[in-house]
Design a protein around this ligand. Structure first.
Ligand code: SF4
Ligand code: SF4
Length: 433
């Protein structure tokens, strides 16, 4: 018998206790110092540690790993596919940090013909699979009549095929789009607010500099009034994180957080496509969560607005059990695809529109770059050398393929997540009381 290679143990932040988590056996425990010492001394016969899969027989553990890996692959085949459709790369905003600022204006535009080809392709390619479409940009909800017609056509076609629609928008023209949205089956609209009025307007302004906060807030109100679910995203970096308590209070005062139609996410502002002019303002994943942990202590009302995941800590707390092991964190080409109005097909939103990243075309003709698709589809923690022996692998899942390629030059390489440190914070936050 020996310690499982998938044990993650560490000291809980601001506590004398420890935690042990094992994503393969699906067990998690908080240990006092004595119990922790017992775990480290496997010469002592401790049935409970064996039953929980912290101390294992290697052959049996390998068998369990294989069983769960096959189940993961099977389950994923049945998962819903998220299909992004980029209707344009242009935008009416000029956000201070926009990574899409580096895209060139293209001489082509979306047409009914392209939209028809998109639907033909996805209905054939993903027939028999649960799926929904996310309209994406640039900014998809622009006010020009041509844009509105395009979006209305997509929404109506999706409704004809009983497909749900989501959209990612800056929220400026929501009021004009409500009548169009009401013609479809809308899963959610993601809208970004980077803080309360002053902070938001310093970061997310129109081309020309005009403020955008009041119109977006009105748009969110209208979505909720019209029974359309809202996913409010705050893009955070060191320049606006301290405004989170105020934005949370604003959303509470508006009554948004009391609505079952309202949820939130925090998006880390990070370098993905283009160099950010001011790198010092960006957070590493861990630094962001360290600051969130501290902010939640001083401003507990934030939790009414947003409950951070802290790796699997929130899931553990809310579900009372561990999630299934994650053999692959990257959804690209598996349960996520991205299409754009130029007729190209990509793995996901991180690569969509990027030169050299196309995996095929759906218009004017259907083409598949099979080798490139296979390279994506074969990526998981077993294909990445560094992940094979990593004790965090079944929670980290190898991270993001696109980031891994950006940093290491290869898709089949690691994009490490600070799993242990996030658990130290998250278990402290969710389980301390
Ligand atoms: S490459 Fe990254 S952004 Fe794209 S699906 Fe994979 S994990 Fe997500
Ligand atoms: S990406 Fe890094 S942390 Fe994640 S499983 Fe691979 S080696 Fe471990």
């Amino acid at each position: 018998m020996q310690l499982s290679k998938y044990n993650i143990t560490s000291k809980i932040k601001d506590s004398d206790d420890w935690f042990v988590i094992n994503a393969l056996s699906g067990q998690a425990d908080i240990l006092d110092q004595t119990a922790y010492n017992q775990l480290k001394d496997i010469s002592v016969d401790n049935q409970e540690l064996i039953e929980n899969g912290y101390i294992v027989d290697l052959v049996q553990e390998k068998r369990l790993f294989r069983e769960k890996y096959l189940k993961f692959l099977d389950d994923r085949e049945k998962d819903e596919v998220q299909i992004f459709f980029v209707t344009n790369y242009s935008c009416n905003f000029d956000c201070s940090y926009c990574y899409q600022a580096g895209y060139e204006a293209l001489p082509v535009a979306l047409s009914k013909e392209v939209t028809d080809s998109f639907f033909d392709y996805i209905l054939k390619e993903f027939s028999g699979r649960r799926k929904y479409i996310t309209i994406f940009g640039g900014e998809p909800f622009m006010n020009a009549p041509r844009h509105k017609e395009n979006i209305e056509y997509i929404i109506q076609k999706a409704a004809e095929h009983k497909l749900e629609i989501a959209a990612v928008t800056n929220g400026y023209h929501l009021e004009e789009y409500i009548p169009i949205l009401k013609k479809g089956i809308i899963r959610e609209i993601q809208v970004t607010l980077d803080g309360t009025s002053e902070i938001h307007n310093q970061r997310r302004y129109l081309k020309g500099g005009d403020p955008t906060f009041d119109r977006i807030v009105r748009g969110v109100d209208l979505l909720i009034e019209n029974n359309i679910p809202v996913n409010l995203r705050m893009v955070v970096d060191k320049q606006n994180i301290n405004n989170l308590p105020d934005l949370a209070q604003f959303a509470i005062n508006k009554g948004w957080t009391a609505s079952p139609l309202f949820k939130t996410q925090l998006g880390r502002n990070y370098e993905l496509h283009e160099c950010q002019a001011n790198q010092q303002k960006l957070y590493s994943r861990l630094n962001l969560y360290e600051d969130l942990y501290a902010l939640l202590k001083t401003h507990p009302h934030i939790a009414e607005f947003h409950k951070p995941a802290f790796s699997v800590s929130k899931f553990l707390f809310e579900q009372g059990e561990m999630p299934e092991p994650l053999f692959d964190a990257c959804t690209g080409t598996k349960t996520e695809w991205a299409f754009d109005f130029t007729g190209n097909v990509y793995a996901c939103t991180a690569t969509v529109g990027k030169h050299g990243e196309s995996l095929g075309t759906f218009y004017p003709e259907v083409k598949k770059y099979t080798e490139a698709v296979e390279e994506w589809q074969e990526r998981d923690i077993l294909s990445i050398p560094k992940c094979r022996d990593c004790n965090l692998s079944l929670i980290c899942g190898g991270g993001c393929a696109s980031m891994a390629k950006n940093y290491n030059g290869s898709l089949h390489s690691h994009d490490c997540r600070p799993v242990t440190e996030l658990l130290e914070l998250g278990i402290a936050h969710y389980f301390n009381e």
